[in-house]
Design a protein around this ligand. Structure first.
Ligand SMILES: [Zn+2]
Length: 738
């Protein structure tokens, strides 16, 4: 063209010099130009027409119908929060909450969702942004299609693509997405015919459902497909929970997700969100008030979009969101369940979990979990003075579960979590339970066998262990040698003072093996080894390795639920990608002790809290029943408190990384620490009294006993207090005349 123009300028100048009127030349030039344009247009249209005719004839015959199959082959594994109102039969995803999902760079992340579970606001946001005539056209919007054709020849960079939702669905389903030149034209024509066919075969709802499931919504790093995966990823929500602002965020980015998504470019996303809202407002789909609110609503992006298994599993820890202690435990447990179900190794299950599209239902109470984490990080809940944090290296862990063994919250550190799937102290730590072992290893099994009642007399004196007097009593105040009083005391008094002598006498009667097996087989304590089948471990908790805190707390559930030992679980159901249940926590339990034993133990442990000498008195609550036990290990290296309230069983442990004596002056009483963490929560429980959750069984009788003899009080006994007895094992009447 350049060359041509240069050639024509020269003669024109010559003519000008010969004196011809310039206007004539201009008119001639314009004429030539118009003629050229006319010819170009004619030629182009002829070529285009011919091409079109050939393709139309060709495609009308050969275009296959695109089918809108429901694709359930998700590869995202989702961990869901527990929701007490979850209705498994109706399987309403409104009740599910996404806690975590797995993602890997190399995969497309997709989760099918039915249209009925996609809120109207999400449907509208896409329709009004992309194709406002969707419900009126027959698959192709010829007005915008023409604009799109023009755009192929004269790219303006401003086109919306001219595609209807139907056409985009076809494009996304077929992967047929050439945009330029002849192949662009070919694609457009195929798409038109396929779209018209789709409209003949399917309803608008079918098409929109398919569209919303295949719409690209990824970032520069992650390939996210469909509104459900997008809702999970960007907002940590089920799509059913999205509001207008969030719907507009997703629908708005649709023209170029990689550049307009809120993670890579929030500014672009805000512009596109407004674009979507503008269209919805103009169409009357939302009110101006809704418009303003949605426009100004700050987006709460999920903190966990980089919780990806891709990085989690590869152990790169620096640039990603943090999991919580609960989730770490739930991932471990899910791997175990999947391995068991499929008969594969944990490592294989680990890979399968990451991209197998499972839905994992966890028992976490997410509000409780967050609250516990906060309280654990508040140093004032532990220390007696404002200690320098550098100095304060004491570790702690906390576990809370319901009476069916569903763990509701755990925390394994007093500091912010910095490791993903590192040591989970509450689950993996093995520490001495100290005297917390007594109710489960000696008192409960002995009471169950009628070796005592609540008001039996025992003498505070040692037994012989390898020829030595044993064990010493270590009260909370004194480590004096022996420390035996040689006084007769009632069972419940021995328990509330946490004396070591009575459990030793009980274990001697039952044999260490009986207690050992009881802990192992009835209460599921998994960390015992053969060396623990001995006096010291089962009497005072001096185990070779120690107990996991979640198992210790789990063992105490029997004191609040009638003696039933359920498995302790973080995960209660796992479904595979097709929705088939591959694991479900059943309602099965072991009757570890009789309900009457459980009830009497519960009443006896009230004294630990309520008596002025009770070792657990610092844990006493304002409004809610509490029964429990403190646990101090030898040399004060480990302190524990396990408490049962009507709705929960929970426990706290403190100790140093390496076995060191805890400077008890620097820290609050372990009962107080438990209360600082859990007291408010316990006092807000639904049930305040064990009468509501664990009423007295028929097999138990409540009778006053004589505080001098421990026998059932007679008319002549001046001092008497209520006692609880098995109906089958009531003490005699006291005729003491005192
Ligand atoms: Zn008496």
């Amino acid at each position: 063209m350049e060359q041509k123009r240069r050639n024509t300028t020269s003669p024109r100048r010559k003519k000008k010099r010969k004196g011809t009127h310039p206007v004539v030349h201009v008119i001639k030039a314009i004429g030539t130009l118009l003629l050229s344009i006319f010819l170009i247009v004619i030629i182009t249209l002829s070529i285009f027409g011919t091409v079109l005719t050939i393709y139309v004839l060709n495609f009308a015959d050969t275009t296959t119908t695109v089918t809108l199959e429901k694709n359930t082959q998700s590869n995202i594994t989702r961990f869901l929060y527990d929701n007490p109102d979850y209705d498994a039969e109706n399987d309403d995803p409104m009740d599910e909450h996404v806690l975590y999902y797995t993602m890997r760079n190399e995969y497309r992340h997709f989760l099918w969702v039915d249209l009925e579970n996609i809120p109207q606001v999400v449907q509208d946001a896409y329709v009004y942004t992309e194709d406002e005539r969707f419900y009126n056209h027959d698959g192709v919007d010829f007005k915008s299609t023409f604009a799109a054709f023009v755009n192929i020849f004269l790219p303006t960079g401003r086109s919306r693509g001219g595609s209807t939702i139907t056409q985009q669905t076809v494009k996304n389903l077929t992967g047929d997405n050439a945009t330029e030149g002849v192949s662009g034209i070919e694609r457009k024509i195929r798409e038109v015919f396929r779209s018209i066919n789709v409209e003949k075969t399917y309803t608008k709802d079918d098409i929109l459902q398919s569209y919303l499931n295949v719409v690209p919504a990824g970032t520069q790093q992650y390939d996210i497909v469909g509104v459900q995966a997008a809702a999970n990823f960007y907002f940590g929500k089920d799509v059913s929970e999205l509001d207008l602002a969030e719907a507009a965020c997703l629908a708005g980015m649709n023209n170029a997700p990689a550049y307009n998504n809120p993670i890579d470019n929030i500014k672009n996303n805000n512009i596109r969100r407004k674009y979507c809202l503008d269209h919805m407002l103009a169409a009357g789909a939302i009110s101006s008030q809704e418009y303003t609110e949605a426009l100004n609503e700050p987006l709460e992006l999920a903190g966990n979009f980089d919780y990806s298994s891709e990085t989690v599993y590869d152990g790169e820890l620096e640039e990603q969101g943090m999991t919580d202690w609960y989730l770490d435990a739930a991932i471990d447990e899910a791997e175990e369940k999947i391995a068991a179900e499929a008969g594969i190794t944990i490592q294989e299950a680990h890979d399968k979990l990451a991209d197998g599209g499972y839905t994992v239902y966890t028992g976490v109470d997410i509000d409780l979990q967050r609250t516990i984490e906060k309280k654990m990080q508040d140093a004032s809940n532990f220390t007696t003075y404002d200690m320098d944090p550098e100095e304060d290296t004491l570790w702690s862990a906390f576990v809370c579960m319901d009476y069916k063994g569903n763990v509701k919250a755990i925390c394994s550190s007093r500091k912010e979590k910095t490791m993903i799937r590192g040591l989970n102290q509450a689950v993996d730590g093995k520490r001495s339970p100290g005297s917390c072992i007594k109710p489960i290893a000696s008192y409960a099994p002995a009471l169950d066998q009628d070796l005592m009642t609540m008001s039996s007399f025992f003498n505070d004196r040692p037994i012989k262990n390898n020829g030595e007097d044993w064990p010493v009593n270590y009260s909370e105040y004194s480590k004096e040698e022996g420390n035996w009083s040689y006084k007769d005391m009632f069972t419940y008094q021995m328990l509330l003072k946490s004396l070591n002598t009575m459990p030793a006498q009980l274990i001697e009667k039952m044999t260490p093996a009986y207690s050992f097996n009881f802990l192992k087989s009835k209460l599921d304590i998994s960390t015992l080894d053969d060396r623990d089948c001995n006096l010291a471990p089962v009497t005072v908790g001096a185990f070779t390795e120690g107990l996991h805190l979640d198992e210790l707390v789990g063992a105490y559930m029997i004191f609040g639920n009638g003696g039933r030992k359920y498995d302790v679980d973080y995960v209660y159901r796992i479904e595979d990608s097709a929705g088939k249940i591959i694991y479900e926590k059943n309602d099965g339990y072991k009757q570890a002790i009789s309900d009457s034993t459980a009830y009497i133990m519960n009443r006896m442990m009230q004294y630990v809290i309520n008596d002025k000498e009770g070792t657990g008195r610092y844990a006493k609550l304002k409004k809610t029943d509490l029964v429990g036990k403190t646990g101090t290990s030898e040399d004060w290296c480990d302190l524990n408190f396990v408490g049962c309230t009507p709705d929960y069983v929970s426990g706290v442990w403190i100790g140093y990384e390496f076995m060191e004596t805890i400077p008890t002056n620097d820290y609050q009483n372990i009962g107080a620490i438990w209360k600082n963490i859990f007291g408010d929560i316990a006092d807000s429980e639904e049930n305040k009294s064990f009468n509501d959750t664990f009423p007295m069984p028929d097999t138990v009788v409540k009778l006053n006993f004589c505080t001098r003899t421990g026998l059932i009080a007679g008319a002549g006994c001046s001092s008497q207090i209520p006692g609880y007895y098995k109906a089958s094992n009531v003490p005699e009447y006291c005729y003491g005349g005192h």
